[in-house]
Structure formats: structure tokens, C-alpha cells
Unconditional design. Structure first.
Ligand SMILES: Nc1nc2c(ncn2[C@@H]2O[C@H](COP(=O)(O)OP(=O)(O)OP(=O)(O)O)[C@@H](O)[C@H]2O)c(=O)[nH]1
Ligand SMILES: [Mg+2]
Length: 418
């Protein structure tokens, strides 16, 4: 990694955006820059009624940024909003420094964080799709050869190849990603046969999902006070107080303005969320943007088609709250059902009880016709996983009414065929 790059942040203040919202967004952008290994030298904000089509900001402001870059020795300018390929090119021409947007920055962090083959493939796919429309004219290509933030990932040589070769590469990666996705799907199918409910940890990046997984299951997932510490899913077994086994999955966190290229490319990883039986939404109770972060997670879940899932919402990091009476108010704002501290292992027992309670709530009533020779051991499965409510002995079969979790219900129905 090159020495810490000096970075300038640029935000546009539109009439509908409140001052504090813009500041919060720029604070987060600064955190992203630090995570990527840069150092923020200054922020520049312009107020306009709408973006310009050529430069996003005004041309005069772009010229001003060029001067500031010279004075502060800036290597990289990061815009808080997405730029069109044309705007990015025009800005680079005036500013004469590397210009990227929030998406480019997030993609860069993902490229640094991806460790598994699957993660790397997905990041490369997202980056190439982001790059493709930007590969016009040599200027941009050459300007990206310098290395540093915004240039990591596919590798500099990759950027020299023409569009056609990039398209071929995209097609190839898509196939590979699809293969991995099928593999995951098969694995999940297998998991489904053993009726163990799967719980996925979801939440804004840095909310404490991995810390909680470690506490719950003695996993050793990396925890960092950085954005996007986790990219690749990790699944662990967990035994609830009543003895029931569940699987718990930790995966990539969400962020405001999550690049659509990433959501697209990370389908395989995100399916861990969409296929889970229950979600555990972890909320950073001590974050000043708690409301907006919670809304972002809910919106992304909706986009992923996972909004109607059973969710246990949890306020985390409550140890950081100076005023404990805030908890009630924060719970109300975020719809959280309970408050914990993963770091200090506070209220973890209550969390387990709540998971247990809600899983039980998900139980289904089924009525089945069981032949007397129960060769498939259905009755013992019901006894193991749930309970028999009523049994009626007829001449050729037993009619059983039982209560089991929804997974076991599917298995039993498949076995019995009725
Ligand atoms: N004070 C306090 N800090 C916590 C708590 N839980 C997590 N943290 C800290 O918050 C930071 C982020 O924790 P992670 O577990 O990596 O968060 P994450 O949600 O997995 O983040 P990503 O993987 O980046 O999306 C770390 O520095 C943790 O030590 C908590 O209950 N209290
Ligand atoms: Mg994590």
C-alpha cells in the first residue's frame, strides 16, 4: 500500500438535504477513507439547487478544488455521491488529480477485504461493472495506473485491456460466481434436510455483528473498529437454553448508498440473508445516526426481498450510552425488542431467550395421516422437534395433529406426501 494518501472530500448540499445529514454522511465518508488507508485533509461543500450534468458541482467550484488540491498536496478527491462516468472524467480533467465517488471507494475497501475465492470473484465482478462505462479515452486509464485508493482490485494490467476483453472477463466471472452460488444453494438444501433453523446476523457495518457471533458461539471471526471488517459469511452452531440447535450466520454489513453493483455481484453472499429462517438485526445504539442506519438496513432488506422475515431487533453497545434511560427511547425509534452489550456480554441470556421464544412462535400446526408401520420414524421426529397435540387411531392409519417448527413441517410433509 502506498504511503497514506491525502484525500479531499466533496459533498453537495441540495435543498432537501439537512446540514447535519450532509455532515453525518461526510463523517461516514471520512471513516471509509480511513478504512481504505487514506487521510482526509479537507472537506469542501457546495450548496446548489441541483447537480450540474457536466461536473456534478459547478465548474467554478471544480476549479477551486483544483487550487486547494495544489495547496494541500491532495492525491485523491472523493465525492460523497455517485458521479456519472462523464462527470468523473470532466472533473479529473479540471482537478488534475484522481477523482472517485463513494461507490468507487467502497469497492476499493471490498477489494482489500475479500479473502475467499468467492469474495474476490464477487468484488472483481462489481469493480469491472463499475469500470466498464468509465473506460473511455486513454486519459482516465493512464491516470488510474498510479495505484492507491480506487485502483485496487482487478489489478492495473487489467485496466489496460480494452472493453471487449473486460466484457469477456465479466462473462467468465459471472459463470464462476454462478457456480459458487449453485454450490452454496446445494449446501443450503442439504442443511434444510437437517431441520436446524438458520439465523442470519444483519445490520449496519460496524454495529457489532461479528462480536456477537463470537460471544454466542465461540467463533473466532475478525472484529475491527473499521467499516466492512467482514465480507465472507461464517456459519456456526449454537445451542439455545432449551437445547434446540440453531445455525447462526455472520455476513457483510450494510451501508447507506450501498453500490448497486455490489448488491448485484454479492447475490451469492447475500442469499445467506434471504434464505435464513430468522434475522437478528444488530443496531449500534451509541451511533449518532442510529435512526438513519436502522432505516437503511430496513430498506436494503426490502430490496433483497427479505422484509417479511421474522426479525429480532437488538440494540447493541448499550455500555457506551452515558444515559441509560435513553435505551427505552432508542428502542422505540428502532423497534428494537431488547438491549445488549456484545462486548461486555450483557443481556446475552435475554437475547437467547428471545430467539428461543420467537422461534417457537414460528412453529406450525400440522395434521398428518401416518401409516401404522412408521418406517420413516416420523413420530420420533415429531417428538424430537415438537410435540403431538392429538392422535386418532383409525383402522388403517393414525391421524396426528402436531406442532413443529416450519422446517420440520416441510420435511414431514415431504416424507408423508400429504
Ligand atoms: N463498546 C462496545 N463496543 C462494541 C460492542 N460490540 C462491538 N463493539 C466494537 O465495535 C467494533 C465493530 O465490531 P464488529 O463486531 O467488527 O462489527 P461488525 O458489525 O461485524 O462490522 P462489519 O463486519 O465491519 O460490518 C469493534 O471495535 C468492536 O469491539 C459493544 O457491545 N460495546
Ligand atoms: Mg463483522
Amino acid at each position: 500500500m502506498p504511503a497514506k494518501e491525502q484525500v479531499l472530500l466533496v459533498g453537495l448540499k441540495l435543498p432537501e438535504v439537512k446540514n447535519y445529514e450532509l455532515e453525518d454522511s461526510l463523517d461516514e465518508l471520512e471513516q471509509l477513507v480511513c478504512t481504505a488507508g487514506g487521510r482526509v485533509g479537507a472537506r469542501i461543500v457546495q450548496e446548489r439547487t441541483k447537480p450540474t450534468s457536466a461536473y456534478f458541482i459547478g465548474k467554478g467550484k471544480a476549479e477551486h478544488i483544483h487550487n486547494v488540491c495544489g495547496e494541500l498536496d491532495v492525491d485523491l478527491v472523493v465525492f460523497d455521491d455517485n458521479l456519472t462516468p462523464g462527470q468523473q472524467r470532466n472533473l479529473e480533467r479540471i482537478i488534475k488529480a484522481k477523482v472517485i465517488d463513494r461507490t468507487g471507494l467502497i469497492l476499493d475497501i471490498f477489494a482489500q477485504r475479500a479473502h475467499t475465492k468467492e469474495g474476490k470473484l464477487q468484488v472483481e465482478l462489481a469493480q469491472l461493472q463499475y469500470l466498464l462505462p468509465r473506460l473511455v479515452g486513454k486519459g482516465l486509464i493512464l491516470s488510474r495506473l498510479g495505484g492507491g485508493i480506487g485502483t485496487r482490485g482487478p489489478g492495473e494490467t487489467q485496466l489496460e485491456v480494452d472493453r471487449r476483453r473486460i466484457r469477456t472477463r465479466i462473462a467468465k466471472i459471472k459463470k464462476d460466481v454462478e457456480r459458487v452460488r449453485n454450490h452454496r444453494r446445494l449446501y443450503r438444501e442439504k442443511r434444510r434436510l437437517a431441520p436446524i433453523p438458520v439465523i442470519a446476523l444483519v445490520g449496519y457495518t460496524n454495529a457489532g455483528k461479528s462480536t456477537l457471533l463470537n460471544v454466542l458461539s465461540n467463533a473466532e471471526v475478525g472484529v475491527q473498529d473499521k467499516l466492512f471488517a467482514t465480507l465472507d459469511p461464517t456459519t456456526r452452531r449454537l445451542r439455545l437454553p432449551n437445547g434446540q440447535m440453531v445455525l447462526i450466520t455472520d455476513t457483510v454489513g450494510f451501508i447507506n448508498k450501498l453500490p448497486h453493483q455490489l448488491v448485484e455481484a454479492f447475490k451469492s453472499t447475500l442469499e445467506e440473508v434471504t434464505q435464513a429462517d430468522m434475522l437478528l438485526h444488530i443496531i449500534d445504539a451509541a451511533h449518532p445516526d442510529i435512526e438513519q442506519q436502522t432505516a437503511t438496513v430496513k430498506r436494503i432488506l426490502l430490496e433483497l426481498g427479505a422484509a417479511d422475515k421474522q426479525v429480532v431487533s437488538v440494540l447493541n453497545k448499550t455500555d457506551k450510552l452515558k444515559n441509560k434511560s435513553l435505551v427505552k427511547c432508542l428502542a422505540k425509534i428502532t423497534d428494537a425488542q431488547l438491549a445488549v452489550s456484545a462486548l461486555y456480554q450483557h443481556n446475552i441470556d435475554k437475547l437467547l431467550d428471545e430467539i428461543q421464544r420467537q422461534l417457537a412462535y414460528m412453529r406450525k400446526r400440522i395434521t398428518i395421516n401416518l401409516p401404522y408401520e412408521d418406517t420413516k420414524g416420523i413420530l420420533s421426529l415429531i417428538h424430537n422437534k415438537g410435540r403431538v397435540l392429538k392422535s386418532e387411531y383409525l383402522t388403517d392409519k393414525i391421524v396426528i395433529e402436531a406442532e413443529v417448527d416450519s422446517k420440520t413441517a416441510v420435511i414431514i410433509e415431504a416424507q408423508i406426501g400429504n
